[in-house]
Write a protein that binds this ligand. Structure first.
Ligand code: AGP
Length: 604
């Protein structure tokens, strides 16, 4: 995924383009670039690496423009390099692109036959070249439409045309693009955060839309070329929400934001006066006989946790599958299946495709998403929001616990609707859930102990995470967090599976993190730990006070809050997140922008 900004301003835009790109850097940071109209011609500046490298280029050669576009790249076609950095230029066209043009090879060959040569290895340059070709015979908007008609794949673009000093054109299909309405200035951006510091009045372009903005207005057209209006909404992407405050990294801040994030999320589902849970959209769970959750990465682990509760509390069969497999498997879904997509960004390509597939099968679809204006939020039949606020760290933390909170509340709603619990039990569960923000805050108090362990963990080559029941997906999440930000190989296992193979990995060098607050399966997990300890494994047990009293000899114990098993995935998430965080800090890794990753993956 890449980030896009465009500004038709009345004053210099260089600083604002950079400010916006910094807000978008979580979407990709392989290279960055800007372009603007300088004395009637478009000039560009580009650099490999993060925005600060681009800032250095601009310090030597400022871009004195009041109309400009910018881009931060997550490489798909072509290595990260200055040559492959956006904006791409061809003749009169200078363009930034987010997405993948699937038929680019074929278009490139056709353009080469016309005598055109290519500067980069990207699919994006093909759009610039095609548009320049169309501009030979058509005015800008017609040329844009003719270009878009030839593209297969996903795109959000922003384009400058040499000779059209006060115009930026844009288009979207498969990748998001918003129009920002300022005071005598207009904006295009990948999301509300991109234009957040300049305006909070935003219109979301729909699939296939294209647009032309000048100082005063946006002319929007649908895919067929008909002029259309898209509602202008006031959004709350205030600049303050994307500041680090006193924290060193966004991830650290976001770990500590979790009590608030969960509280805000739960308040969208629970009425504290009645103790009832309601699924936004007034869905009647009694009408469904199965839940199918689709998601990727961390969001899929939130789904796996929810499965325990949908089945145990509500007796509702629940399957969870990573969207990249689900979408191509032609799963045998039944009419009574409720399809639930879980996604922080609401833009992940595989999850969106799986959601669309379910919709095409006639299933009711719901989207548990954090970005409420995202494509999934708009396309699903039901929006089940999380209220984590903008999550900037690439490693998901508060979005994860907010997803778990929302899904747990929904499982309670399903249990009530299906007559599996009465209103007293429902009220007991909601009272418990409403305690979770306090307990999550309490759980972060293990921070110092975990920080002290970090130097030792940072030396490990491999780390294993074990859990049972709902702690098993949390073990998977712990391993993913460590891998993605500290680059240490880690795996999560169901504790009972250990002796079926992975126990062969145990030696004195491999830390084993066991997540086991006291529950019905605690004794079994202790037996698994003893098996590990007997083979010289270094066990770090994360548990509660009662669990600590039963820890096997030699285990290092981290004591978290005592809580009901319903809350354990929420309450025991911060310790494993903090563990990954401090190991990454210890290793000097780039915590918020780990190598090779992007915040949300809007390409396959
Ligand atoms: C989490 O730390 C990851 N960076 C990643 O697994 C992420 O959860 C996944 O790509 C799904 O993203 P989404 O929630 O925006 O759909």
């Amino acid at each position: 995924m890449c980030g896009i900004i465009g500004i038709v301003g009345t004053r210099p835009v260089q600083e604002r383009l950079i400010d916006s790109l910094k807000r978008l850097e979580y979407r990709g940071y392989d290279s960055a670039g800007v372009a603007g109209v300088v004395d009637g011609h478009v000039e560009r500046r580009r650099a490999k690496g993060k925005i600060r490298a681009l800032e250095e280029v601009l310090a030597g050669e400022p871009l004195k423009a009041s109309v400009g576009i910018g881009h931060t790249r997550w490489a798909t076609h072509g290595e990260p390099s200055t040559r492959n950095a956006h904006p791409h230029a061809s003749g009169r066209v200078t363009l930034v692109h987010n997405g993948i043009i699937e038929n680019y090879a074929e278009l490139r060959e056709a353009l080469k036959k016309k005598g055109r040569s290519f500067e980069s290895e990207t699919d994006s340059e093909v759009i610039a070249q095609l548009l320049d070709e169309e501009l030979k015979t058509k005015p800008p908007l017609e040329a844009l439409k003719a270009t878009l008609d030839q593209l297969t794949g996903a795109y959000a673009i922003a384009v400058l045309i040499d000779g059209c000093d006060e115009l930026i054109m844009g288009a979207r299909r498969g990748s998001p693009l918003v129009v920002g309405y300022g005071d005598g200035e207009m904006f295009l951006g990948s999301d509300a955060l991109a234009v957040g510091p300049f305006t909070n009045r935003i219109a979301y372009l729909e699939e296939g839309d294209y647009v032309a903005i000048d100082h005063k207005q946006a002319q929007i057209f649908d895919e067929a070329g008909n002029p259309v209006e898209r509602p202008v909404r006031t959004v709350a992407a205030s600049a303050a929400l994307v500041e680090k405050g006193n924290y060193r990294h966004f991830m650290e801040k976001e770990i500590h934001d979790q009590p608030d994030a969960c509280q805000h999320t739960l308040s969208a589902y629970i009425d504290p006066t009645t103790g009832r849970v309601h699924a936004p959209g007034r869905l009647d769970f009694a009408q469904y006989d199965r839940v199918q959750i689709v998601a990727c990465g961390t969001a899929s682990y939130a789904g796996q946790i929810a499965r325990y509760f949908f089945e145990r509390l509500a007796g509702l069969p629940c399957e969870v599958e990573v969207a990249s497999e689900f979408r191509y498997r032609q799963p045998a879904v039944t009419k009574g299946t409720l399809a639930v997509a879980v996604s922080q960004s609401g833009e992940t390509a595989d999850t969106l495709a799986a959601l669309r597939w379910c919709k095409a099968q006639g299933l009711t679809t719901a989207a548990v998403v954090n970005v409420h204006e995202s494509t999934m939020a708009r396309e699903a039949d039901l929006l089940w929001p999380t209220h984590a606020g903008p999550e900037i760290g690439v490693a998901s933390t508060k979005a994860f616990t907010s997803q778990v909170a929302a899904l747990t509340a929904l499982a309670v709603a399903a249990a009530a609707a299906r007559g599996r619990i009465d209103t007293d039990e429902e009220a007991r569960f909601t009272r418990l859930l409403l305690e979770s923000p306090r307990l999550i805050a309490e759980a972060t108090q293990v921070e110092e102990e975990i920080r002290a362990l970090a130097p030792e963990l940072a030396r490990a080559r491999d780390v294993l995470y074990l859990g049972r029941g709902a702690m098993y997906p949390l073990a998977l999440e712990g391993a993913l967090k460590l891998k993605e930000i500290s680059y240490i190989h880690a795996e999560g296992y169901a504790a009972g599976e250990l002796k079926h193979g992975p126990i062969a990995l145990i030696d004195e060098e491999t830390p084993i993190i066991v997540i086991a607050p006291t529950d019905a399966l605690f004794d079994k997990t202790i037996s698994n730990m003893s098996e590990v300890a007997a083979r010289g494994g270094k066990v770090i047990l994360i548990t509660d006070e009662a669990g600590a009293r039963n820890a096997p000899d030699g285990a290092r114990v981290i004591v978290g809050p005592t809580c009901d098993p319903l809350l354990a995935p929420l309450v025991y998430a911060p310790p494993i997140q903090l563990m990954a965080y401090y190991v990454a800090v210890q290793k000097g890794a780039d915590v918020d922008q780990p190598r090779n990753l992007a915040k949300s993956v809007t390409v396959e």
